[in-house]
Design a protein. Structure first.
Length: 516
């Protein structure tokens, strides 16, 4: 084994996952001090950024610093609770269980019996009572709860607007109940505050301080030199060449440093730039889809392309940046989603490609090829027949409200349909393609008056499959179609011919509605 692979304390450059609190290759950034000071003074904070930017490592380091100051810290990893095929009661109980475990309260409370004794309360009421009666009673000092992977709530088939309202309420309670001044939350994930509360009638989640997590600059990245100094003659020059390729992106920077240390070829003095370029081209860019381990570039690709219709818009926007070099930041929804992919970054009011590696991998040729593929991808449509006749809805938004109310995204004309009768929620499946759940009732969980039939069977929730029949009442029929391998125009043409002859009266007027 090469001695140069090991640092003095036995650490390796770590690619992926959270760096331990003792890792000598951890790079401190402005966000480290900002998050620590904010939580220490009781501010609610959130770190919402693209994947593999070091959020979890930042959490581990910040927790250690706070615990050294006497602050009780607990973490809830929401991915471990689950997001598919889970009921609201299970989800909220999972959060309480995580808190019991993280704060070592198993001897103080029997959560199973405590939760069961309050089954006459809603899940959110039980969690609220748990925080006040157990957490704030058993722990007498300051408390910080880290909610990691917060974006996993977007895959739930029920609304969690009440959950974020509870977090906001914990902040508002400080005015009336001083003990809440000891409680602080930190949210981490790949989303925006706006996306967390999908109910348009609820107040957006606007409590807290945003912590900006940026890439490494040369001055901040000096700890990485320790891992390079035994392998290269001029580690400072090598690090500078590394950052010229990665732009300081944490995952890529750690990975490239690791590749350098493991390289069998020495880097000659004065040839650092050429040597690093060779490693980047042969071990990262060339055949990147097959050698992207741990996965990073494929994650970016999948975030861009999982929704074909949205992908066309995101790739069109990205193409502008490739051609022009940068575009002004306007914080439009598509700009925000493109930034959350990690592919682009804001710099001095402009959006630009994050680094040279991304620009080489996701080049114009890749964009052209992917746009062609998007035209031959899945498309999701609802064909509806009600008192207004027949019409189609092309689905590409994360949430749709269906009902009689003018507030609904998909409005149904029938006296038998409730104002907020059903909810469609998008999620990404194991194959990295998106599907839709349909749930009876509103986002708040209020059921419809007459219920919902899927393929003739009454149900509360269903993962939609191609050709599913949805009935929301007499004379209201909905067919869901998920087409594959056809362009959008071909999909619509096929559906026109099929559904008009088989499902609906061809004398009905057909209308087409496209939703953004």
């Amino acid at each position: 084994m090469k001695a140069e692979l090991l640092l003095a304390d036995g650490d390796l450059f770590q690619v992926g996952g959270s760096l331990s609190a003792a890792a000598t290759t951890y790079v401190k950034r402005q966000a480290d001090q900002g998050l620590f000071e904010g939580l220490k003074t009781g501010e609610f904070c959130y770190v919402l950024n693209s994947r593999q930017m070091g959020k979890s490592s930042l959490r581990v380091r910040t927790m250690q610093r706070l615990q050294e100051e006497g602050v009780a810290c607990g973490v809830v990893d929401l991915t471990k609770i689950g997001s598919q095929h889970i009921a609201p009661d299970q989800w909220y109980a999972g959060i309480a269980r995580s808190l019991v475990s993280s704060f070592n309260l198993t001897e103080q409370v029997n959560l199973r019996s405590w939760w069961r004794d309050r089954d006459h309360f809603s899940p959110i009421q039980r969690l609220s009572e748990f925080i006040e009666e157990v957490l704030l009673t058993e722990i007498t000092g300051d408390i910080v709860i880290f909610l990691d992977e917060i974006d996993s709530v977007l895959g739930l088939n029920f609304s969690v607007s009440d959950f974020f309202a509870l977090i906001r309420d914990c902040y508002n309670q400080r005015a009336d109940k001083p003990k809440y001044q000891r409680l602080t939350f930190c949210l981490l994930g790949v989303t925006t505050p706006t996306d967390l509360v999908r109910d348009k009638k609820r107040t957006p989640f606007n409590v807290g301080r945003a912590i900006q997590l940026k890439g490494f600059c040369l001055e901040e990245a000096q700890p990485l030199i320790q891992g390079l100094m035994h392998q290269v003659n001029r580690p400072e020059a090598v690090l500078e060449a590394v950052l010229a390729w990665t732009g300081g992106q944490p995952f890529l920077t750690q990975k490239l440093c690791q590749l350098i240390v493991k390289s069998a070829n020495s880097i000659s003095r004065g040839l650092e730039v050429e040597a690093i370029a060779q490693i980047v081209h042969t071990q990262i860019i060339k055949n990147w889809e097959s050698q992207d381990e741990p996965e990073h570039l494929r994650t970016i690709r999948d975030r861009l392309t999982s929704n074909p219709r949205r992908a066309s818009r995101l790739l069109g926007l990205y193409q502008q940046i490739l051609i022009q070099g940068s575009i002004p930041v306007d914080n439009s929804p598509h700009q925000v989603k493109l930034r959350l992919s990690g592919l682009v970054v804001e710099h001095q009011g402009m959006l630009k490609v994050y680094n040279r590696i991304y620009e080489s991998v996701f080049n114009q040729s890749w964009v052209d090829r992917t746009l062609r593929q998007c035209k031959q991808a899945h498309h999701h449509l609802l064909i509806i027949k009600d008192d207004l006749g027949q019409r189609k809805y092309i689905l590409d938004a994360p949430v749709y409200l269906i009902g009689r109310s003018p507030e609904c995204d998909i409005r149904i004309s029938s006296p038998y349909v409730s104002r907020h009768h059903a909810t469609l929620v998008e999620f990404v499946n194991a194959e990295n393609t998106y599907q839709y759940h349909i749930t009876d009732g509103s986002l708040e969980g209020k059921p419809s008056a007459n219920g919902m039939l899927i393929n003739g069977y009454k149900t509360q929730c269903h993962q939609l499959q191609d050709e599913d029949s949805i009935s929301l009442g007499p004379q209201v029929e909905i067919i869901y179609r998920r087409t594959l391998g056809l362009s959008l125009e071909e999909s619509e043409s096929t559906l026109d011919n099929q559904t008009v002859s088989n499902e609906f009266d061809d004398e009905e007027e057909e209308k087409e509605t496209k939703l953004d």
